[in-house]
Design a protein around this ligand. Structure first.
Ligand code: ZN
Length: 370
């Protein structure tokens, strides 16, 4: 399947691309557009009486403008993520706003902070811009729409800064705790539990307003509470899985490697490896820099009487990018790297380019299963 046409998630369709990423709209969006049109109709009637059925068109136009602003918010997340080198799969607009699907996790608190904080900043800037426009717009339907956009964007910006996952503010909090403690899992746990606390508070607010007249519809509050709770719980679950993987350290699994010149006969290379009790053979150029790693299966397939006559390089896989790993790699970063370049062996290199050892995919799979 071509890379730029991945299967669409159920119930969504594609409306175009922004910042290099496909933009998907979930069917639930039409529900919210209809709801906005109905809720706005009385105000439209007040501002411009006698429009008849056309008054709903104003609401739909406002819903479209509002979601274009949400799209700007999501596109800002996508752009910053891309600047840090992440792949952005898609931006989806749904009834509670939008979501940007980014591959992988931030590697540093600074990345997490900027990817998250740029969204609310964008919404607040759009809201402030609409507010400035509002002052110069004469009374009428246009002013009503501009007013709605100013209010909605300022609200989206400020509410998203509430410091609990899955909100952007939760990711800002996560980045802060991560920066202070040096542990990403602590950051996620703190921000996710804060998110759950906020969800409970919103839920209590929903119950309270259902009994004592409501400023905000209790049903909407309940939906928001459930959305926050499930998002925070999901973040906790993901953090639990990544924490398990963080125990997987490449150097723990590495086999001792013997380095040999790549023109050495295979039989001699294998004899030296047995003697040195090395689990793997890395071939080097004349100046000693690693160029290949011997494929165990291929080496064993060579008949014993042929082994003295062929160079070890014939059963070695060339070390293309992705087949060498920095010696300190671990956890999900290790798994992501290995997944992007599947091979049976990887060479672990020290910072100065020396060979530390060889990581076999089979050993890694065994460690993951454990
Ligand atoms: Zn956001």
């Amino acid at each position: 399947m071509p890379a730029d046409h991945p299967p669409l998630p159920r119930g969504t369709f594609r409306i175009g691309r922004i910042a290099g990423s496909p933009v998907l709209v979930s069917g639930s969006w039409f529900l919210i557009a209809g709801l906005i049109a109905v809720l706005m109709a009385p105000r439209v009637d007040q501002v411009q009486p006698g429009l008849g059925g056309l008054k709903y068109v104003v609401g739909v136009a406002f819903a479209i403008a509002l979601y274009l602003a949400v799209l700007l918010h999501e596109a800002s997340h996508a752009l910053v993520a891309r600047r840090f080198g992440f792949t952005v799969h898609s931006i989806t607009l749904h009834f509670l706003g939008g979501a940007t699907s980014i591959e992988g996790e931030a590697r540093r608190p600074r990345q997490e902070f900027w990817i998250a904080v740029v969204g609310p900043i964008t919404s607040i800037a759009v809201g402030a811009g609409a507010l400035a426009l509002w002052f110069g717009t004469p009374d009428g339907l246009l002013r009503l729409v501009v007013e709605g956009l100013a209010g909605a964007n300022l609200m989206i910006g400020v509410l998203n800064l509430v410091p609990g996952l899955p909100l952007d503010g939760g990711r800002v909090l996560k980045a802060g705790v991560w920066a202070i403690t040096g542990r990403v899992h602590t950051g996620t746990a703190v921000a996710a539990w804060t998110g759950r606390g906020i969800a409970v508070a919103v839920g209590v607010w929903a119950l309270w307003s259902s009994r004592h007249g409501a400023v905000v519809n209790p049903l909407i509050l309940l939906v928001i509470a459930l959305f926050l709770w499930s998002g925070a719980s999901q973040a906790l679950a993901v953090a639990g899985v990544t924490r398990q993987f963080s125990d997987i350290v490449a150097t723990d699994l590495a086999r001792r490697a013997l380095t040999v010149p790549d023109d050495l006969p295979l039989a001699e290379a294998m004899r030296r490896a047995r003697e040195a009790d090395a689990g793997s053979i890395v071939t080097t150029t004349a100046d000693g820099s690693p160029v290949g790693v011997v494929d165990e299966t291929a080496a064993r397939a060579v008949p014993a009487d042929r082994a003295p006559w062929i160079a070890v390089s014939t059963v070695a896989r060339t070390l293309e990018p992705g087949l060498t790993l920095p010696v300190g790699i671990s956890g999900t970063e290790l798994l992501d790297t290995v997944r992007s370049t599947p091979a049976s062996e990887y060479v672990l290199l020290e910072a100065d380019g020396r060979v530390y050892g060889v990581l076999s995919a089979a050993d890694l799979i065994r460690a993951v299963r454990r």
